[in-house]
Design a protein around this ligand. Structure first.
Ligand SMILES: Cc1cc2nc3c(=O)[nH]c(=O)nc-3n(C[C@H](O)[C@H](O)[C@H](O)COP(=O)(O)OP(=O)(O)OC[C@H]3O[C@@H](n4cnc5c(N)ncnc54)[C@H](O)[C@@H]3O)c2cc1C
Length: 471
């Protein structure tokens, strides 16, 4: 096994793990591999080469939403976040330390979060962060490729060459952000749906007439031209047939599906009462706090590819946003992932090269929590391989195990990225519960299995029993 004397004076003779990409998956992978005794070289191309979405040179930068999903264990993301906590995830711990109020969601101050991950990895004696674009996959493993949905074109080409598969491209969209002071507080009200959380969202109510005008203008608004290969798919996009993630559709595409699609979707008013009228509004645009200081708010569900001028015009039709100042405009971006069922097994290990692992969005595992989880597993497995142990696969009852099984075993001809959801978990015939009760049962079962799994592989770092029971 290769060893490295160069990572730092204290890492002589440690097996070396190389990680490509210092995003959510790569940072978690690097930290876990180092925790298990490897010397890690983490290659991050920013700021020398930027992606179209990242803005900083920080590791683990969140490019869009600042929410890691619901932290409630009867939600799929919440179950996964709890598994990560049990597994001693670095990013899960840092997220908790930089949490901002967002109801039941684990939302973070994005800069505080990224700064602390960066600081932690730079100060780790067994991790060397190298700012360089990797254009070909190193021959000497173990190597973890975690270059994300915006992996540099040269690396994509190398991946295409290596795997023999063409990368699949599709669009993803980000929502605009407005400054807190520009929201008209006499027209917006603070509340979380059904009173969950502490009034963490700012809600912008619309009457039926206001809603219909908003939808009409949204449909008619001009969209930004797409560039490069994205333009090839332009026709389909404009016709609403683009290869989008269904859950991340641009709001203008969603609005084109029907007059009330938004009122039943991202602008649904359920669980909200406008204190000025004492009634439920016809529709609501929710704003979610994006930073600890509460100076920035995300327009929830409003990811868009409208021209910037059109974003201003159309979103200002919402009464509480009539003077909105845009801190960031919505955008659409390339998104890249491998045909994983052909390329990797459930240990996230290449089917072609034992010492090559993939993690993050590139594998088709969707969502911040899922990306962190895949980084955890790739880091653990690369370190195990480096020290002569076999890679492991978390049990199928865990959300982490279920996601890894999905991306390695789905039908390759129709493979699409997948985020955590209860449908992925192995069936529980003995459980006759329904709805959230069933989810709680599945979560309890999975978390128990996760603890057993961690004990089996000698990684039971967090020992507290999670706050759910498996009756
Ligand atoms: C525009 C956009 C919006 C998104 N919004 C959301 C959202 O709201 N919620 C959500 O859950 N997910 C969202 N996603 C998906 C999101 O990218 C992932 O959830 C998460 O960031 C992926 O983690 P990752 O580690 O795989 O990739 P990233 O976090 O992107 O990290 C990959 C890293 O690799 C680096 N890199 C790339 N190529 C190279 C190279 N050749 N050499 C060295 N370094 C390289 C990049 O600079 C980057 O730092 C969005 C994606 C995009 C593109």
């Amino acid at each position: 096994m290769r060893t490295d004397q160069r990572v730092s004076g204290r890492t002589e003779n440690l097996p070396v793990v190389t990680v490509i990409g210092g995003g959510l998956a790569g940072c978690e992978a690097a930290w876990q591999a180092a925790r298990l005794g490897a010397a890690v070289r983490l290659f991050e191309m920013r700021p020398l080469v930027m992606t179209p979405a990242h803005r900083t040179d920080l590791l683990a930068e969140l490019v869009c939403s600042n929410s890691l999903g619901s932290a409630s264990v009867d939600r799929a993301a919440g179950m996964l976040l709890e598994e990560l906590r049990l597994a001693g995830s670095l990013l899960r711990r840092v997220a908790e330390a930089h949490r901002v109020p967002a109801g039941q969601a684990l939302a973070v101050d994005r800069y505080g979060f990224a700064r602390e991950v960066t600081r932690t990895l730079y100060s780790h004696p067994a991790v060397k962060v190298v700012r360089r674009e990797i254009q070909s996959i190193p021959d000497d493993g173990p190597v973890i490729v975690a270059a994300g949905p915006l992996a540099s074109p040269a690396l994509c080409q190398a991946l295409s060459h290596l795997t023999g598969e063409e990368n699949l491209f599709f669009f993803d969209a980000i929502a605009p952000m407005v400054t807190a002071e520009s929201v008209d507080r006499s027209l917006a009200f603070s509340a979380s749906r059904y009173g969950h959380g502490e009034d963490d969202y700012l809600n912008c109510p619309l009457t039926e007439e206001e809603y219909r005008i908003f939808v009409r203008e949204l449909r008619a608004a001009r969209r930004a031209p797409l560039r490069g290969f994205e333009a090839e798919l332009d026709t389909g996009v404009r016709a609403g047939r683009g290869p989008f993630f269904e859950r991340c559709l641009p709001v203008e595409i969603l609005a084109a599906r029907g007059d009330l699609t938004l009122a039943h979707g991202p602008m649904r008013p359920t669980g909200l009462v406008d204190p000025r009228t004492g009634k439920r509004p016809f529709a609501v645009l929710q704003l979610r706090r994006d930073d600890v200081a509460g100076q920035l708010y995300n327009l929830v569900g409003m990811q868009t590819n409208l021209l910037y001028t059109e974003q201003e015009r159309v979103f200002r039709l919402i009464p509480a946003l009539h003077q909105a100042e845009f801190a960031r405009y919505g955008q659409m971006h390339r998104n890249t992932f491998l045909c994983s069922p052909k390329v990797i097994n459930a240990a996230l290990q290449s089917r072609l090269r034992d010492d090559l692992f993939f993690a993050g969005q590139l594998t088709g595992i969707e969502g911040y929590a899922g990306n962190i989880a895949s980084g955890w597993l790739a880091g653990v497995n690369a370190a195990r391989l480096a020290s002569g142990q076999s890679p492991v696969i978390p049990p199928p009852e865990t959300m982490m195990g279920a996601l890894c099984r999905y991306v390695s075993a789905a039908d390759p001809s129709a493979f699409q990225p997948m985020k955590a959801n209860f449908g992925l978990l192995v069936a529980a015939e003995s459980c006759t519960l329904r709805g959230r009760e069933r989810h709680r049962w599945l979560a309890a079962r999975g978390l128990t299995r996760m603890q057993e799994f961690l004990r089996e592989i000698g990684l039971s770092a967090v020992t507290e029993v999670p706050d759910v029971r498996c009756d």
